[in-house]
Design a protein around this ligand. Structure first.
Ligand code: ADP
Ligand code: MG
Length: 458
């Protein structure tokens, strides 16, 4: 196969993977891979990033299936850490005075035993305490998570972590899992999203010969672990059979001193239609919230990412990105990954001008402000801004308030916690109002006209 050919083939594979793999993983780990060759058995790429093989393990099936679509062959995908490329990467690192040698990089990878444990527990290598930046926004959750990791089942049980999207809930929950796997290898850790839990319940309940066997297997899986981590627990609400299984699993585990950790975008009480008995159980232990990080914390997160990916990123760029992406760390990281991927591929210097182009800065510019939106709503309803931001409950004021919240979210794309800060309300109240209007707009023509005509005037 000619060199040109493999490059073309790889480009086609990339264009499939770009759709299938989360942006940040794709740009940080897949784009820098260098295709080598493929034969009847395998497809080989080289990497200069020691962590790439283990990080990309979770995307293995998407990658092999993309390879199959393009080459028409079932090939094994092999990522080989190439010394030359490693040197190239560490040269960049030297510029940042972060000397992370390949040996040091591989030592981040757990030993084989814990790696198999880790895979069976579903954890992502990146989500460890070591990579978690602590700020005043997440201090409580961090300290509680550390306590639970050091003494599972002994103190805060369950530990319930809640907060807005992209603020580190999954990260800190998985950090607990990693810590326990490393320090207490005899304990069985299981991480699962509530969505997967629901699917498991549905499968176990499916009709058929093996129903009892399936149910037993299901129960065994969840009740025989020592540490159960369920992510986004709000998603089980209203699913009666799932709630029942969570209830039983909870009682069994809690009763025998096993640790349970839950995350959610809101407090148990604020999850609509969650059964009372689950609400009270979820509140038994400690509830710790995570807020929006301040600018220093956001900058620290970016500095760490820069160190990890061995790329020189000038401080003013870090500060700029941290200012633009203020309320969601996932988005902040996504932008950072796009910027650094661009820099590493094109080997160009990162200037503010380049960065603005890469992140499409104009689109990010808030042409809408919360104040502007609330002013327009107030004048439409003929009430004062104070009424909207206040607590008055008359139907008109309540509607105006909810419409304002809805428009703030839709037009600025700011996070619920950020909107909450502006209205001086909890982010869950904001979420509720937003969802209520969004739902109502589907069938309420009058409201729909109202919202349109206000939008035009902002
Ligand atoms: P959530 O579950 O709250 O939606 P995640 O845990 O998925 O958010 O976090 C989103 C991204 O932000 C992840 O890549 C995570 O590693 C990163 N992140 C969040 N908080 C921190 C932090 N305090 N330090 C470092 N990275 C963080
Ligand atoms: Mg999450």
């Amino acid at each position: 196969m000619s060199q040109e050919n493999i490059i073309e083939v790889w480009k086609d594979i990339l264009s499939i993977l770009e759709q299938e793999i989360p942006n940040s993983t794709f740009s940080t780990w897949i784009l820098p891979l260098e295709p080598q060759y493929y034969d009847e058995n395998s497809f080989v790429v080289h990497t200069g990033q020691g962590l790439a093989p283990s990080i990309l393990r979770k995307n293995y099936s998407e990658i092999t299936s993309a390879i199959k679509q393009i080459t028409n062959k079932d090939l094994e995908f092999k990522i080989i850490v190439d010394d030359e490329l490693v040197k190239k990467f560490s040269k960049k690192a030297a510029k940042t005075k972060v000397s992370q040698t390949p040996q040091e990089q591989t030592s981040n990878i757990p030993n084989y035993d814990s790696l198999t444990q880790m895979q069976s527990s579903n954890l992502n290598l990146k989500y460890k305490f070591e990579n978690f930046v602590v700020g005043s926004n997440n201090k409580l959750a961090y300290v509680a998570a550390q306590t639970v990791a050091q003494k599972p089942g002994e103190k805060y049980n369950p530990l319930y972590i809640y907060g807005g999207p992209g603020l580190g809930k999954t990260h800190i929950m998985q950090a607990i899992g990693h810590y326990i796997i490393k320090n207490r290898p005899e304990l069985k850790v299981l991480f699962i999203t509530a969505e997967e839990f629901v699917n498991d319940v549905v499968n176990a309940l499916a009709r058929g010969d093996e129903k009892t066997k399936k149910m037993n297997k299901f129960r065994k899986k969840y009740r025989e672990c020592d540490v159960l981590l369920i992510d986004d627990i709000q998603l089980i609400a209203g699913k009666t059979r799932t709630e029942e299984e969570v209830f039983n699993t909870f009682n069994t585990l809690h009763g025998s001193g096993k640790q349970i950790v839950l995350t959610s975008d809101r407090t148990p009480k604020e999850i609509p239609s969650l059964s009372e008995r689950l609400v009270s159980r979820f509140e038994w232990g400690l509830m710790a919230d995570i807020q929006i990080p301040d600018i220093e914390t956001r900058m620290a997160i970016l500095s760490n990412l820069a160190k990890d990916s061995n790329i020189t990123v000038p401080n003013k760029i870090i500060e700029f990105l941290a200012e633009v992406y203020s309320s969601n760390i996932r988005e902040l990281e996504g932008a950072f990954n796009r910027v650094t991927a661009y820099a590493s591929i094109n080997e160009t210097e990162l200037t503010l001008e380049n960065v603005k182009k890469i992140i499409n800065y104009k689109e990010q510019l808030k042409t809408y402000s919360f104040d502007g939106i609330v002013d327009a709503v107030a004048s439409y309803y003929n009430i004062s801004v104070k009424d909207i931001k206040g607590t008055g409950r008359s139907a008109k004021i309540a509607e105006a308030r909810q419409v304002s919240i809805y428009l703030c979210r839709e037009l600025t794309k700011e996070s619920f916690p950020a909107i909450g800060d502006f209205f001086d309300k909890k982010h869950t109240t904001i979420l509720y109002s937003y969802e209520k209007i969004k739902e109502e707009l589907k069938h309420n023509k009058t409201l729909s006209l109202t919202v349109d005509s206000i939008s035009e005037k902002i």
